[in-house]
Design a protein around this ligand. Sequence first.
Ligand code: ZN
Length: 435
Amino acid sequence: MIDAQQQVHDLLNFIDASPSPWHAVEQIEIQLHAFKFVRLEETVQWRLKAGGRYYVIRDDSSIIIFVQGQKPIVETGFKLVGAHTDSPGLRIKPNAASGIDGLLRLGVEVYGGPILATFTDRDLSLAGRVTYKDENQAVASTLIKFDQPLLRLPNLAIHMNRGVNEEGLKLHKQNELPLILSAMAEDYLPQAYFSSLLQDHIGCSAERILSWDLAVYDTQKGTFWGAQNEFYADSQLDNLASCHAILKALLDETVLENDCTLVCGLFDHEEIGSESSKGADGSFLTDVIQRIALATTQEATDLTRALAKSFMISADMAHAYQPSFPLAYDPDHKVNVNQGPVIKVNVNHRYSTDSVSQALFMNWCEQVDVPYQKYSHRNDLGCGSTIGPITSARLGIRSIDVGNPLWAMHSIRESAGVLDHGYMIKVLKQFFKTE
Ligand code: ZN
């Protein structure tokens, strides 16, 4: 438990420093530098050497990390692990600021499928990327993060919404989501005031700010909870917890010294379908895999042969059983927090798992004394998906979908079990190390 708690402590620090996918990739890069990884640019030629540690970033929020194996890929295949860097939530619109009834509010667009009601009455703020014109009139970007609570979505009092406890909190996406930023000073134009806030934060004059990707995030830090501190809560556990587990499994000298080429793809845009230049359904992963093959093989068929020997684990969170809502689960496939990673099965291939990939993963778990569970969604509810089916289809490799059990997926405050994080790191490590 002590080890697992230390790992979760590290995870919570990672999430709190990563309020947007752009920040998550920046944090990952810092950890890679500690292990002497070298950044490769997609615009230049690559010269790879056996044992080399590399990473490629596309558009600041997707990253592919790879370690060139000591043996040729045609002999070993690739070992891949994938996850996503984005989480559902609210994003700031271009003409965001408007004044109404003495208040300045920011208009937002819903990104992916968050539980909107959980965004009310939280200490919200802004983080992301701002693009501006630099001194040479060239376009440049910088990350931005406001630490203090800047924004709020106050609930309606129960006296004006008497049915809220029976009907649930419903928010109209156009009219009821704008976030309160300020009691508007009469002499400010709303948009100019917002630009001046950004200007003060990034040190670039408001006139030179051109555009932004700004996510709304919860400033409340992650925490342990429960009588024995056996649970933890934070925002963005889906899926920064998997990103963190992958990094912790990889960044170990006994793993990095490997005969096999290891590839970890952490993609933005999963929550909106993955179809973009940097998403898992874009060309990023195949481009990188092809370039590894081009730089290290002779025959045109070597890559196909290597892929036929490869395996991918798609790591994304799973739905933990919550006993207050028994009817939401298949009674024979309840998965519980702190009882190990979950193998996700769906015959309609919303998950990429097949019987052989299940068996292989079960085997790796057993080799390192990690318990596992199996999940199948109720037949009368629509099942979510992951990057697993997309990437395994594009590359033509065997794959499995796994993830740790999580309560309240897509709430702004999700929670999970401490032991599971340690288990996931352990089994991923075993996957990387197995011959
Ligand atoms: Zn996810």
